[in-house]
Design a protein around this ligand. Sequence first.
Ligand code: HEC
Length: 111
Amino acid sequence: MKWVTTGCIALAFIVAGCSSEPDEETRAQMDGKALFESFCADCHGKKGEGKFLHGIPPNRHTQKSVTEVVRQIREGSNHAKHPMPPMPQITPEEARKISKYLIDTLKKQAK
Ligand code: HEC
């Protein structure tokens, strides 16, 4: 059973790594929703529901503040088993839009 889990996690990272990122011009016009869907949904799902089998938590239940989520996006997490990779390619401004979308929209919808 263990190898199945490991394989899924490896696959999740490969899939996430291959997703094409939008160019700069497109990105400047993207709102929190569009940014979330292009940078986070591969792992966390479109509605932030997570992927249990891949060890990815539903981030729509997060207790973190916008500032903390921005930090997690830019710096990643040091979670022992399933760390979230840092994404410094996301600007602080974009990270803020994403975090607000997660907390103001997805988290409210999940309640
Ligand atoms: C490669 C997969 C991957 C991507 C892409 C990813 N995450 Fe994560 N994320 C994880 C994993 C694994 C965890 C669990 C580790 C932890 O909580 O430290 C996590 C945890 C989180 C948490 C903490 C959950 C909680 O309960 O507080 C937040 C918030 C979060 N991610 C937001 C985001 C946002 C926003 C994006 C998009 C910018 C994103 N993640 C992109 C894998 C990913």
